[in-house]
Design a binder for this molecule. Sequence first.
Ligand code: NDP
Length: 273
Amino acid sequence: MKDRYLVFGNPIAHSWSPAIHAIFAREAGLSIEYDRCLVESEFETKVRDFFVRGGKGANVTLPFKEDAMRMVEVLTDRAKMAGAVNTLYMREGRLTGDNTDGKGFVADIRNQFGTLDQATILLIGAGGAARGVIKPLLDDGVASIAIANRTDAKSKLLAAEFATYGNVVSKSLSEVSDDCFDIIVNCTSSSVHNELPGIEPDVFSTARFAYDMYYRNEPTVFMSTALKNNPNLQVSDGLGMLIGQAAESFRIWTGYAPDVSAAMILIKREMFA
Ligand code: NDP
């Protein structure tokens, strides 16, 4: 019988996770089943049922990452730090929750930009995605992280929470263009609505890399505005992060570490088909 995996979320119909894990499984020579589960109610019951029936592992996406964190019996350190769980599995009979988003993000940035050592970072947004990458960025040796968010109170809280781990400060969106950053990351959902996240476009003029965590099959308004203001800038969407976090989940479940770059080529081919 094939090992069974699921991704829980709502909405979930357009999730690329089944396609990504199918590519990983082919590469690893494993026969798996990976499906989507649309959760309209009773998230916890659905998760428990899945594992009682022998499910090997699950991913969790919006809006259940915090519910998943609350229901697990064992929480990894990085999930605790991120305040969210995106990967579930059973370890010694106990439901365990991990978070692989930060690892996927840092791996993608490193792959595209190079070393993060002493880099200065601006994170725009103070939701779950921003929170999940702060500690992995600090662990990778960045010099500083500034956080700016539409709701100032949230970026202030987040910066205060992580200030004990490194140079993490909050800034208001209106003042970020006074500073220079090597890497500017859009961790907001503004691109879902085809909007800029409330920044002045000249913030890009001295940057080297602009990264939008959102992904789709054309450049986001964040990416195109960044390029317009600085034609030498390197830009990227968050597809590499998505594949990177999936690769880390797959490694946890199967012990096999897939080739992220090879999967990226295949997924792009499917996306643009
Ligand atoms: P949350 O709902 O936790 O946070 C949303 C954040 O976006 C908040 O800071 C919110 O500000 C801000 N925001 C929303 N709309 C706007 C807007 N129009 N203008 C300015 N700010 C806005 O979401 P997540 O943190 O989980 O996700 C954020 C983004 O990251 C999404 O686009 C998601 O798709 C992407 N993501 C990508 C991943 C990948 O693998 N590539 C993984 C995880 C997330 P406020 O606090 O003021 O409401």
